[in-house]
Design a protein around this ligand. Sequence first.
Ligand code: CP
Ligand code: NVA
Length: 310
Amino acid sequence: MLKGKDMLSIHDLTADDVEEILSLAAKLKALQKSGVPHRLLEGKTLGMIFEKSSTRTRVSFEVGMYQLGGSALFLSNRDLQLGRGEPIKDTARVLSRYLDGIMIRTFGHDRVLELAEYADIPIINGLTDLLHPCQVLTDLLTIIEHKGKNFNTLKMAYVGDGNNMTNSYLYGAAKVGMHLSVATPENYKPDRTVFNNALEDAKETGAVLEWTEDPIKAVECADIIATDTWASMGQEAEHDARKKIFAAYQVNRELLRHADKKAIVMHCLPAYRGEEITEEVFEANAHVIFDEAENRLHTQKAIMALVMGN
Ligand code: CP
Ligand code: NVA
C-alpha cells in the first residue's frame, strides 16, 4: 500500500498505513535482536540530505539501510550544490536518477513538498520546522511497548512549546484514536491548520485532542507525558527569552503528581535538563527515553522497507 509513496506527514497516511508501519517495525526489531538477516532493500541506496544537525536521525537511517542490505549517502548542505543555490526542483530530478529514496531534514516544510513534487522516488521527511513524523511513529511504537496497543484507553499529555513534535503528535494521536492534551503558552500553540486537520482525522477514530494553557490540566491522569526542547533548531537566538516564557511548563516531580501513578515520560532528544525536564524526571524515565531513541532505527527501517521495497 505504501510502496513508492512519500512519507511527509502522518496526516497523509491511513490508519491502516500506520498500523502496517508499526507492526513491521516490531517484526524487524525482533529479527534484528535475534540476529536474523532481513535484507529487504538489497542493492538500494538512500540519499540523506541534512540542512540541520542530527545525531539520531542520521545514524539510525544510515545503520538502518545497512541492516536492510542497502547503503546510505550522507549529503550535507555544506557539500551539495543545493547549499550554493541550486534549485530544489533540479536537485530532486538529478538525485532521482541515482537513488532509490531520499530522506531530508530541513527548515521550511515547503522545501520537502517541493522535493517530493519533482522527485520520482520516495521522499521521507526527517524533520521540518512543521513536522517530525518519523519520531512520532517511533513514539507510537514505544507507547505500544510500554503501555499496550489499546490507544483509545490511553491519555497522553504534551507540555512545552507547540512545535514540530507537537504538530506530529496531534496527527499521530488522531490516527490511532488516542486522547492527547497539549499544554503550551497562548502564543506558542501548535500550528492552527495542523490542529484543524487533526480534528478532522480524529472524527474517524474518536481521538480526543485538546489544548490548554494549564500544564496541570493537561497531565491530569495522563498515562504518557511528552516534552521537547523549548528552542528548536533555528530558534537558538530566542533561547534565553524562551527559558523565561516556558518556565511554568517544566516536566518535574511536582507536575507528575497530577498524572497517573504509572505514567511514563517521553522525550525525543536532545534534552535540556533543568529547562523542559528535570534531571530527576529524565533519569527516572531513561529506560523509556532510550527505548524511544532505539526505536527510531526499527520504525524507519519499516518505513524505508515499505516505501522503497520491491
Ligand atoms: N530526535 C531526533 O530527531 O534527534 P536528532 O536531532 O539527533 O536526529
Ligand atoms: N523540536 C526539535 C526536535 C529535535 C529532534 C527541533 O526541531 O529542534
